[in-house]
Design a protein around this ligand. Structure first.
Ligand code: SF4
Ligand code: SF4
Length: 359
């Protein structure tokens, strides 16, 4: 990450009031070609496709946003939107998005690689991050994702995407795992095999299962178990030297804060959902965060995002969030909030000095 990007964080840190979000989770589709037993969105999937925002509607909505730092695509499977390159181009060229992150179940290697190549060609000034979902190894991964041969397809997707890195220095390829009772006892195997089968990734992140999954035999891990495995994961994460130092620090720090949220059952640091970050879903609903009720639909306000973002209902939710009437361990909102807190910067600088002196 360039110094100018870090300076932009600091600018927003000082002037975030009255702004539209600079960290947007953009739901593109509820269509998906995976059938995950841990899906938090399973009741929405593969329904009412005709109600999803068209390309034109999405572009009009994007036009009404201010400049962006981070965009995280959500779904469904974002690569199933054929207009994904066009949407990314609008975010990059019209809104100056510094980073666009696209998660994928990696079920269609050729189609994903083709789309990724187009996105990289259209967005030379934006960091494009693709996160391949890997929830276990081999047939266990196939089982939890509900797709026979899914693990081998993920390896094929990785090989095709990794080949693009030579031509596109703005491309980052990661692996992401949903941590749950199904895989927590096999972390040694999982991390070893990810290192073997996806050797050139920049980072391997983990997110806790959020609950409300279709297979109730698979559950979120307990706070005690998380406390046990976190030091192990932190050692593992330190073994990714290519990943941006600040982003790695935030990812690790946010996991530590997450543990405190579980232990104390409150927001232990302020959540900036509704100020720094916001959500637009595939059907045009606008939310402060993925876990709160929508404040309205862009279709009802002429695709003018600001009319919903600065509405009385949005203000009411912002007040509720500031009063800590909710708490969660949602990693997107945790990371985006921590990035804009002075305490995080202090800790980052201290850790940088410590490792420099220890080197
Ligand atoms: S890939 Fe994502 S949206 Fe699709 S089934 Fe899995 S968790 Fe759900
Ligand atoms: S604490 Fe969690 S539930 Fe509450 S607003 Fe923030 S992200 Fe949403």
């Amino acid at each position: 990450m360039k110094f100018s990007d870090k300076a932009q964080y600091l600018r927003y840190l000082l002037s975030r009031r009255g702004m539209k979000p600079i960290y947007v989770i953009l739901g593109l589709t509820y269509d998906c070609n995976s059938f995950c037993r841990t899906c938090f969105n399973w009741e929405q999937l593969r329904k009412d496709k005709e109600h999803e925002l068209s390309t034109e509607e999405l572009l009009k909505t994007i036009d009404s946003l201010d400049d962006l730092l981070f965009v995280v695509m959500s779904g469904g499977e974002p690569f199933m939107r054929r207009d994904l390159p066009e949407i990314c181009e609008a975010l990059s060229k019209k809104k100056g998005a510094k980073q666009i992150t696209i998660p994928t179940g990696a079920v269609s290697p050729d189609a994903i690689a083709r789309q990724a190549e187009q996105i990289l060609e259209k967005c030379p000034s934006t960091q494009i991050v693709v996160n391949i979902s890997i929830d276990h190894v081999g047939e266990k991964h196939d089982w939890i994702r509900g797709v026979p041969g899914c693990y081998e397809k993920a390896k094929a997707t990785y090989a095709k995407l990794n080949a693009l890195k030579v031509r596109f220095p703005n491309f980052t390829l990661n692996v992401h795992t949903c941590l749950c009772t199904f895989n927590v006892d096999d972390l040694e195997e999982l991390t070893t095999v990810v290192r073997r089968d996806f050797p050139e990734i920049s980072f391997h992140s983990f997110e806790m299962l959020r609950g409300d999954q279709p297979d109730k035999n698979i559950q979120p891990i307990t706070t005690e178990r998380y406390r046990e495995v976190l030091p192990r994961l932190e050692r593992y994460w330190q073994s990714f030297p290519k990943y941006d130092g600040f982003l790695k620090f935030v990812k690790i720090y946010s996991r530590q804060v997450e543990l405190r949220v579980l232990e104390e059952e409150t927001q232990v640091t302020p959540c900036f959902a509704g100020t720094i970050s916001g959500v637009i879903d595939a059907r045009g609903e606008v939310r402060m965060c993925e876990l709160r009720e929508a404040v309205g639909n862009v279709r009802d306000v002429g695709y003018d995002f600001g009319k919903l973002w600065f509405s009385p209902e949005a203000d009411r939710q912002r007040a509720s969030i500031a009063a800590k009437e909710c708490h969660c361990t949602h990693s997107c909102f945790m990371s985006s909030s921590l990035v804009f807190q002075p305490k995080t910067w202090g800790k980052y600088l201290a850790s940088t000095v410590t490792s420099f002196l220890g080197a």
